[in-house]
Design a protein around this ligand. Structure first.
Ligand code: ADP
Length: 511
């Protein structure tokens, strides 16, 4: 295949693309001046039926909401309505908490760990069997490219259930010298960027330790959580062990307020995380918060550059940048700045944006219109403050929420875009001279979730990782996840860890 590289155009302030429109999605034609000419390879979505209405999952059964209200869930790549989702009110949340309490007291906390483990293994295996269907649903509902939901999200979802299944009968070895006890009913509120994976991160350790769960998925991505509920039925998980209530912020707030909740686990925005922390202050509820981030990727002159560029691209454009640990700030050592910009410019021209169900697609749809508008506004603010936008000009589908991959140069620390979480496929590039300057600038934000270091020198990596204030630091790689590694942040990125032994500890009382 021949690639004719054309230099990317730098948009002037007025020419910032507005997401519109030449190639309708159904044409599945490719962008970027037809440099690439793959045949479209869309997943078959027609074999998976999405029922027109999704009810709440309470006490092992699907039930209509007390409120009688439903809201639409749409496909962000086409704006087509997919289904109606039940909106749970405080009475529904109360029923779910009561079902979870009953299951906790009568069954789940009484089961030996090895029996709980068997259920978790069974769930993991059913997830593996249905991985294709779940990946397609995740992509249709959330907009992420199928190659990510199929090759990253779903394998990790199953891996988390397998991993925590393995701990269920070994808890006393996980915490030597201590006696672990479950906490009771866990309220879990998750975001839309990794709907199934976030559910797995939270449900699997909670159940392994003997807790029961009331989980609320995000309002734009509830379909796969409810499909997971069917998997729980298929696995014959005892009634009420996991309850799923759907709805928007008010439903989440009803979980937070409910006196029958013993532990809250939240992943989402820093703003809502702070509200939750304030709402439960003075109660006995335990809390873990996984909030926003503004990760720095630090690129030294001695790094293997091509490998680093691939990692940096993955770090910012994976899931359209809608990842709390996305490497949205790049600090480049001055001597290699112009080479790096040339390479970045070339590489973003070859990223393919389009139908998320096409396995050739690198960049799918942004999850919702409000999110797209937030990205556009922050990019505009960067331009207004003097940064320069590089964005490959390309035709975008007529319908849906799209933002072509981009990077900003000439960014300074004073710019909003260097400090605020963008949650979109936009990288802010800055420079540094010395390692001291690099970590000082990387740390100079309110967040502390993740960071990346790119260098050939192991000693430099060790020196830097001790100085970076981030919960997860990748060296010469990025966005690598594993159920055995803890994940979480400092400062405005939250507290507590998910994954690994630390993720188990968050669901136990240790005597
Ligand atoms: P984002 O900005 O990424 O959408 P949010 O923090 O708004 O993140 O949402 C994350 C999750 O928190 C979603 O499930 C959402 O419905 C829920 N949520 C929003 N507001 C509240 C609230 N006040 N209390 C509890 N949960 C909330």
């Amino acid at each position: 295949m021949k690639i004719k590289a054309k230099p990317a155009r730098i948009f002037s302030k007025r020419a910032v693309p507005s997401s519109n429109t030449i190639v309708p999605l159904k044409d599945r034609r490719l962008n970027f001046g037809n440099k690439w000419d793959f045949a479209p390879a869309p997943e078959d979505s027609k074999s998976y039926v999405i029922s027109p209405r999704h009810e709440l999952f309470i006490g092992g059964k699907f039930a209509a909401p007390n409120s009688g209200k439903y809201f639409p869930s749409i496909n962000p790549a086409t704006e087509q309505p997919l289904t109606m989702i039940a909106s749970a009110n405080a009475a529904d949340v109360d029923s779910a908490v009561k079902a979870a309490r009953k299951a906790y007291e009568t069954v789940w906390s009484k089961l030996p760990g090895r029996e709980r483990g068997k259920y978790l293994y069974r769930i993991a295996r059913i997830i593996q069997e249905k991985a294709r269907e779940l990946a397609v649903l995740e992509t249709i509902d959330g907009g992420k490219p199928i190659k990510e939901s199929r090759d990253v999200d779903l394998p990790l979802v199953a891996a988390h259930f397998f991993y925590y299944a393995g701990w269920a009968d070994k808890l006393k070895y996980a915490f030597p010298g201590k006696l672990p006890h479950p906490l009771g009913v866990a309220g879990q509120i998750i975001p839309w960027n990794f709907p199934l994976l976030m559910a797995a991160w939270k449900i699997a350790p909670a159940l392994a330790c003997g807790n029961t769960v009331v989980l609320k998925p995000a309002e734009t991505t509830s379909i796969t959580a409810l499909r997971l509920a069917q998997i729980f039925q298929e696995a014959e998980l005892p009634e009420g062990v996991v309850n799923i209530v759907t709805g928007a912020g008010e439903t989440g707030a009803a979980i937070v307020r409910h006196p029958g909740i013993n532990k809250l686990a939240f992943t989402g925005s820093t703003e809502v995380g702070k509200q939750i922390a304030a709402a439960i202050a003075g109660t006995q509820k335990k809390l873990t918060l996984e909030l926003g981030g503004k990760a720095a990727n630090i690129l030294f002159e001695d790094a293997p550059l091509d490998q680093a560029i691939e990692g940096i691209i993955n770090g910012i454009y994976f899931n359209q940048g809608q990842v709390c640990c996305a490497g949205s700030r790049l600090f480049v050592q001055e001597g290699i700045y112009s080479t790096v910009i040339k390479k970045l410019r070339h590489r973003i021209q070859t990223l393919r944006i389009g139908n998320p169900l096409d396995k050739n697609t690198d960049i799918g749809a942004i999850n919702s219109r409000p999110q797209l508008e937030k990205i556009r506004a922050l990019v505009q603010s960067g331009i207004a403050e003097g940064a320069e936008l590089t964005q490959t000009p390309c035709a975008l589908p007529e319908k849906g929420y799209w933002f072509a991959p981009a990077f900003l140069t000439g960014v300074t620390h004073a710019h909003r875009v260097a400090n605020e979480e963008i949650f979109g496929p936009v990288l802010s590039v800055m420079t540094f001279r010395t390692p001291e300057e690099a970590f000082e600038r990387a740390n100079n934000i309110p967040y502390g979730l993740s960071a990346g270091v790119w260098t050939d020198k192991g000693s430099k990596i060790f020196k830097l990782v001790h100085k970076l204030r981030a919960g997860v630091i990748w060296a010469n790689t990025y966005n690598k996840f594993d159920p055995t590694s803890p994940f979480g942040g400092y400062r405005e990125s939250g507290f507590g860890r998910e994954g690994g032994l630390q993720g188990l500890a968050a669901y136990c009382r240790l005597d």
